[in-house]
Design a protein around this ligand. Structure first.
Ligand code: GLU
Length: 456
């Protein structure tokens, strides 16, 4: 594999042993194993140079969550029928700050998904330079087709268990797929009802009237574009006049589209879980926002307003649309080897991951084999959680910054992440490989903190 080190060093054997044991212990968790594999093999040069990490069993400890909470969520639907879902919160690593990471409500949620997301979050959060550890949570609850009251009752039931495990200095959830401002509001309301008192820093992504931060909604999408902008600079290019394909139509996709357009690109496609829109004239952002944010409807409605665009059922075909830049902002493993080859055949120059782990390991190999610039998720989509940390800071200060202030800080953070990734890659002999750089830079900060704190 291009992304992994091929040497037969002692460090490689050590990593093999840790991975093989993990594979035996977690045989039924493919997404978790995929996320671990992608990270730990790229750390080979780090273990070669730092035997102290091996002596302190940092790797063995970092792949093991500090704790996993799994709980029943019972609630009553609009027909008076009792429904039962499964809730999760993983508190993966607290070496550099309170556990931090979103909640995902989606029928595909299981322990493997929550573990992969929580594991990625450790390194992503470390890269932001903010004092936040790694956590994640969610439920197999499907928000699709549920009424507003059902969503509220589910959120209240979920928080009725979760409240006892979280706090502004211990664990701070936020949104992810299926959890946006509305859900965070209901979750916060229930937390406040149970705990009493004003503790807005317990959740991020809140409404602006009760402790939310300006630019949090835009942050992941904007941050992804800021990161790709830095990648393009390396080859003397910019977003101007580039054709971009964005998958997804949640807040990551919407604001990646908006920022790419502001920088002069033409975004020709977006999607949802049912299908995708191809608009050769460029996606109309107002229509997209109206469908998704205001009416919470399906993306297929876009063609009613813009008949020149086409709608295609199913999502995979979106990667057959020729583009210069691909921004996968939908979900995990949405670009496989075949899709990556198609992107390459159509001349893609850069891929920036707005979603978590949207490319399979095989797809990543295709990017590197074909010299496609690649911005890995834990670096490229770190803008969301970075602004969550800024929201926590504002909540602690009881002060709120302007949109421009938050956006400027976000821009600075994304530039810095790019710099750290590219410097770490160079320092450890993999110049230009941002995946290796992100993994090493993210890991080292956490590993050093774990080392300094002793065996705990
Ligand atoms: N769910 C987002 C992520 O994957 C944001 C998490 C947060 O703001 O805590 O990073």
């Amino acid at each position: 594999m291009v992304t992994l080190t091929n040497t037969d060093s002692q460090a490689k054997t050590y990593i093999d042993n840790v991975y093989n044991k993990l594979q035996t212990l977690n045989a039924h968790e493919p997404e978790f194993l995929q996320a671990v594999k992608e990270i730990i093999y790229s750390l080979t040069p780090v273990f070669e140079q730092h035997p102290e990490y091996v002596d302190a069993a940092i790797l063995e400890r970092i792949v093991e969550p500090e704790r996993i909470l799994k709980f029943r969520v019972s609630w009553v639907d609009d027909n008076g029928k009792v429904q039962v879902n499964r809730g999760y919160r993983i508190q993966f690593n607290s070496a550099i700050g309170p556990y931090k990471g979103g909640l995902r409500f989606h029928p595909s949620v299981n322990e493997s998904i929550i573990k992969f997301l929580g594991f990625e979050q450790i390194f992503k959060n470390s890269l932001t330079g903010q004092p936040i550890g790694g956590g994640k949570g969610g439920s197999d609850f499907d928000p699709k087709g549920k009424s507003n009251n059902e969503i509220m009752r589910f959120c209240q039931a979920f928080m009725t268990e979760l409240y006892r495990h979280i706090g502004q200095d211990t664990d701070v959830p936020a949104g992810d797929i299926g959890v946006g401002g509305r859900e965070v509001g209901y979750l916060y309301g229930q937390y406040k009802r149970i705990r009493g008192g004003y503790e807005p820093g317990v959740l991020t992504g809140k409404g602006l009237s009760f402790g939310g931060s300006l630019a949090r909604t835009e942050a992941t999408g904007y941050g992804c574009v800021y990161f790709v902008k830095e990648m393009l600079k390396e080859i003397g290019e910019s977003f101007a006049n580039q054709t971009v394909v964005v998958s997804g139509s949640g807040n990551v996709a919407i604001y990646a589209t908006q920022k790419a357009q502001q920088l002069g690109a033409k975004v020709v496609a977006v999607s949802d879980s049912s299908g995708y829109i191809h608009d050769p004239n460029g996606i109309n952002i107002d229509t997209l926002k109206d469908i998704k944010e205001v009416r919470k409807a399906r993306i297929s409605e876009y063609v009613n307003v813009h008949p020149e665009a086409t709608y295609t059922e199913g999502c995979a075909g979106i990667w057959t649309i020729p583009c210069d830049i691909a921004l996968p902002c939908a979900t995990q493993n949405e670009i496989d080897e075949a899709a990556a080859k198609t992107l390459v055949a159509n001349g893609v120059k850069a891929v920036g991951e707005g979603a978590n782990m949207p490319s399979t390991l095989e797809a990543i190999d295709v990017y590197y084999a074909n010299k496609v610039l690649f911005g890995p998720a834990k670096a490229a989509n770190a803008g969301g959680v970075a602004v969550s940390a800024l929201e926590m800071a504002q909540d602690s200060q009881r002060q709120f910054w302007t949109f421009e202030e938050v956006d400027a800080k976000l821009h600075g953070i994304m530039k810095n992440i790019y710099k750290e990734c590219s410097e770490a890659a160079k320092q450890y002999g993999h110049e230009g490989n941002l995946l290796v750089g992100a993994n090493i830079a993210g890991f080292k900060k956490v590993a050093d903190a774990m080392l300094a704190q002793g065996v705990i």
